[in-house]
Write a protein that binds this ligand. Structure first.
Ligand SMILES: Cc1cc2nc3c(=O)[nH]c(=O)nc-3n(C[C@H](O)[C@H](O)[C@H](O)COP(=O)(O)OP(=O)(O)OC[C@H]3O[C@@H](n4cnc5c(N)ncnc54)[C@H](O)[C@@H]3O)c2cc1C
Length: 491
């Protein structure tokens, strides 16, 4: 490989052009910055596109995320998931299925390129970020490698959109890992897009064998590589059955393929092992569907994404760490700049600013959030509820806009006047007033209660669970809570 050292510069440099990073770049460019977006793949979108997610937990209701999905709907590349109660036990989002949005990741890649082009973002694809140039605790540049050799990209403000906090970790920023007491991370899963599924017959069968429990019992010994997922496993949101969603085309299905545990997304040997293992697992799962579930006999694999899906690695410690308590108490923050969707909870700006490191903002899922989840698991945390596609898009927009304001006002992110950022985000439609949130959460669900009431009941049920384990919460005695057996969101 060539050893030439090249030089580039930009006002705002975004490392990682995934779900959050791309939104950060678009936001910074729309706010008048010269932006360079550095991405190791040949496309934008990360897990949202190449990772084959194909299903968003909810249709975004604000900001750049909304624009992306509006464009996908206009192109016929996104639909609302059908509300089909007989299939709830196998649908990924259970009774929330009717609010989820299947979308075409290929056309999403196109939309992201278009939006970057329109905003004037400069792209540097096929380029891996390998290090940083520091002056004390101030980031001055990043070191990148690509087919042209090694280069330095200097900038005024940097956004880390690598999903793993690669830039932040290179600066020496503090971070935490994992959700269990022994620091295990969430399991990895590969997202598999299928076609030739006859959903009418699947639904008919599902009525007779809800959740495919009978078929799974019959097929038990035929699934040598498939780890049955149970709640007490490390990924602890698990299900003992295949997990599926319908797609934007009639005979399409997304299969959550495999559950690879005890692997570290920052260890290349583990990643290598996980890629080999997950394929065995999901092939086994697919064979089960073909042999035992009417409607899947002719199912074909259309796409298995560009790599196994890594749910969790680093959590960069910021000026504030969003906790499981904050989530369960639905705490309001005066410096809210983004939202945890679909819960309509505000995320404070301080989570975007790494402790001690200057000129750096976090623009992806490795934001300063307590690992774990609030519904169950070995430790109480919030991360799993705060990493959905639309949530991370709002992180990106907040970080990119903050970066632009820091350049314009010649201040470090730590010293940015948050009210300026909130005004800019409100003008750009990314932050909405309480009246809009009240209207959105007042939607009635089929059960007769509103969306907001449903979240509250669910949170109360979860609080009671943690109360029994010695955590301190106040929960109304009168409320009986919702069915806790199937967590709705946050996979
Ligand atoms: C198995 C699985 C299931 C999920 N289910 C759901 C769901 O049902 N609903 C939902 O809404 N969300 C779901 N999510 C979560 C959601 O997809 C992610 O949390 C979100 O997309 C993460 O966005 P990000 O920007 O942080 O990371 P990414 O989208 O992964 O972006 C990171 C980008 O940085 C690039 N990059 C990384 N390192 C470097 C480097 N050193 N140099 C250059 N570029 C680099 C990557 O190539 C990538 O493009 C799921 C995730 C997984 C893995």
């Amino acid at each position: 490989m060539s050893e030439r050292v090249g030089y580039r510069e930009a006002e705002v440099v975004v490392a990682g052009g995934g779900t959050g990073g791309t939104c950060a770049a678009i936001a910074a460019a729309r706010n008048g910055m010269d932006v360079l977006l550095v991405e190791q793949d040949g496309f934008l979108g990360g897990l949202f596109t190449g990772g084959n997610m194909c299903v968003s937990t909810v249709r975004p209701w604000a900001g750049i995320g909304k624009e992306i999905f509006d464009r996908l709907f206009d192109m016929g590349a996104a639909t609302m998931h059908p509300d089909d109660p007989s299939n709830y036990p196998i649908f990924h989002h259970r009774s929330g299925a009717a609010r989820t949005v299947p979308y075409d990741p290929e056309r999403a890649m196109l939309v992201l390129f278009q939006m970057c082009e329109e905003a004037g973002v400069r792209l540097l694809l096929h380029t891996h970020v390998t290090g940083v140039v520091m002056e004390g605790n101030v980031v001055k540049g990043i070191i990148v490698e690509n087919k042209s050799g090694r280069q330095i990209v200097m900038g005024t403000i940097f956004c880390d959109g690598t999903g793993d906090g690669d830039v932040a970790a290179s600066t020496g920023a503090e971070f935490t890992r994992g959700l269990t007491r022994d620091k295990q991370s969430f399991a990895m899963t590969q997202l598999i897009r299928l076609s030739h599924v006859d959903w009418k017959r699947v639904s008919e069968y599902s009525k007779k064998d809800p959740g495919f429990d009978g078929a799974i019992r019959r097929a038990k010994d035929e699934l040598p590589y498939y780890t049955p997922r149970t709640r007490d496993m490390i990924p602890y949101w698990g299900h003992t059955r295949p997990e599926l969603a319908r797609l934007w085309y009639e005979d399409g299905a997304l299969m959550w393929g495999g559950t690879v545990v005890d692997v570290d997304g920052l260890n290349v040997d583990d990643l290598t092992r996980a890629e080999v293992e997950v394929r065995k697992q999901w092939m086994s799962e697919l064979n089960f569907l073909r042999l035992h579930i009417p409607g899947f006999e002719k199912a074909r694999v259309e796409n298995s994404g560009d790599a196994i899906g890594v749910r969790e690695t680093r959590h960069i410690l910021g000026e504030y760490v969003y906790s499981g308590h904050d989530f369960l108490e639905a705490r309001a923050f005066p410096d809210t700049v983004a939202y945890a969707v679909p819960y309509f909870l505000g995320v404070p700006y301080r989570c975007f600013v790494p402790k001690k490191i200057e000129n750096l903002l976090i623009a992806c899922k490795c934001l300063s959030i307590e690992p774990g989840q609030a519904s169950s698991g070995p430790t109480l945390g919030a991360y799993n509820h705060m990493k959905s596609i639309t949530t991370v898009m709002s992180y990106g927009q907040a970080a990119g806009t903050a970066a632009a304001l820091c350049v314009k006002n010649e201040v470090k992110p730590r010293n940015l006047d948050v009210s300026l950022l909130q005004t800019a985000l409100t003008e750009q439609g990314a932050l909405v007033g309480p009246e809009v949130i009240a209207e959105l959460t007042s939607q009635k669900l089929p059960s007769g209660i509103t969306l907001g009431e449903s979240f509250q009941l669910r949170r109360n049920a979860w609080k009671r669970r943690w109360q029994k384990r010695g955590y301190s919460f106040e929960v109304p005695a009168t409320d009986e809570g919702e069915d806790e057996s199937e967590p709705l969101f946050g996979r």
